[in-house]
Design a protein around this ligand. Structure first.
Ligand code: FLV
Length: 405
């Protein structure tokens, strides 16, 4: 580099035209950045300006855990991004930095302790058994999205929240609009406002009549002065929407991966004790989302992967590329149930590490075990090109998953 060369010459801003991908194809733009330009500058389809894009495992861990990269500083800035709107409400935990972040998480931690979760397992298993019995009665072929991946995660998180059964279809509809880049800003904002009004009302009722569920816990926290009503509503909305949607898609991608890797599926049938390890590998291997989500803003000049990022600059990072970093994972593009070293970042890293990681694992275990035990000859009912994949999605997954048995 000569002394006259500027950042702009050395790091051209690359336009990331996020295309709809099929199946579990890894985004070629992301792979190219990881292997050829691990810290780059990108511009996404929405928002303004450009951002740094950090892809390597160690760099991603650094950016997502060092306090000099702030989420609070994202608020009010039209940061370059995939979706036309911001998904969380301004008061949500996703936009908070420690110590406020710690206070917000503490208010909901009770719902996600190991004990709370183990209480949920029998209920989740019962729900899966009932859903699969209905599917069996209808007979093959059947769409697993409709019969299992859609309803099960929605039921599980709605039970955790205390959202009554007759309100769940409305939740699913709002969530689909909120967690998509395809409806436009106005409609997405409308879904968010509708959901916020719903939780404000439910929270009001729980303040009057306490309940042993997540809405009850945050209602109590507002009474104790630990949370404002806006904070309670924002955290409830984010958990309800993210949980149902992420598990629907990720668990469907797991089943798709197994049905298109028959040797892996046969191995799981023969060695069921391998399941927890197989789930970890599926979590690593599946490209969970399109592009990137919420960015961070540097509050000071910081060097990342040999590049100087200046105070005020925007930084996106990717857990998907981190999970494919050959410095950490041998043959990273292979699905390998025997992988011994698998410290994947699929649930994130640092203070924003997924609150629901153990619940997501539990649901995936219930889903995969039930399918494997009940349907010894489960297979796709249509050729691969008849499976439709969501368009303009933030979180990737199939629209339909037709199976027979
Ligand atoms: O996909 C995104 C997302 C998903 C989610 O479940 C919660 C979120 O806050 C987000 C987000 O902020 C940005 C996304 O692209």
């Amino acid at each position: 580099m000569t002394t006259t060369e500027s950042v702009s010459d050395q790091y051209p801003v690359r336009f990331w035209d996020v295309k709809d991908l099929r199946g579990l194809d890894f985004d070629p733009f992301m792979a190219e950045r990881l292997h050829q330009e691990p810290v780059s500058r990108v511009k996404l389809p929405n928002g303004e300006g450009h951002a740094w894009f950090v892809t390597r495992y160690e760099d991603v861990k650094f950016v997502t855990s060092d306090p000099r990269f702030s989420r609070q500083a994202v608020l009010g800035r039209p940061i370059t991004r995939l979706a036309p709107h911001f998904i969380p409400l301004d008061e949500a935990v996703g936009f908070a930095d420690p110590p406020e972040h710690t206070r917000l998480r503490k208010a909901v931690a009770r719902a996600f302790t190991t004990r709370s979760l183990e209480r949920l397992r029998p209920a989740a298993q019962r729900a899966a058994d009932e859903l699969l019995s209905e599917m069996e009665q209808d007979g093959p072929p059947a769409d697993l999205m409709e019969h299992l991946h859609g309803p099960l995660p929605l039921a599980v998180i709605s039970d955790v929240m205390g959202v009554p059964p007759h309100d769940r279809p409305q939740m699913a509809e709002w969530t689909n609009i909120l967690l998509s880049a395809g409806y436009g800003r106005e409609e997405s904002e409308r879904a968010k406002t509708g959901m916020a009004a719903y939780f404000t009302e439910l929270l009001g009722r729980r303040r009057a009549e306490p309940s042993d569920d997540l809405i009850g816990y945050v209602a109590e926290a507002t009474v104790q002065g630990e949370l404002s009503v806006e904070e309670a509503v924002a955290i409830a909305l984010l958990i309800q929407a993210s949980a149902a949607h992420a598990v629907r898609n990720n668990s469907a991608n797991m089943v798709y991966a197994l049905l298109t890797h028959p040797d892996h599926l046969a191995r799981l049938r023969a060695e069921p004790e391998l399941l927890p390890q197989a789930i970890e590998e599926l979590l690593r291997y599946i490209p969970h989302r399109n592009a990137v989500g919420l960015a961070r803003v540097a509050t000071e000049d910081v060097e990342v992967g040999g590049v100087l990022i200046r105070a005020g600059e925007v930084v996106h990072s990717s857990y998907l590329t981190a999970n494919r970093d050959p410095e950490v994972f041998d043959s990273p593009d292979e699905l390998d149930f025997d992988r011994e070293h698998n410290p994947h970042l699929s649930f994130g890293h640092g203070p924003h590490f997924c609150l629901g990681s153990m619940l997501a694992r539990l649901e995936s275990e219930v889903i995969l075990t039930s399918l494997i035990e009940r349907f010894p000859d489960l297979r796709l009912a249509e050729p691969l090109d008849r499976i439709r994949w969501q368009r303009s999605a933030l979180i990737r997954g199939p629209e339909n998953l037709p199976v027979t048995w």
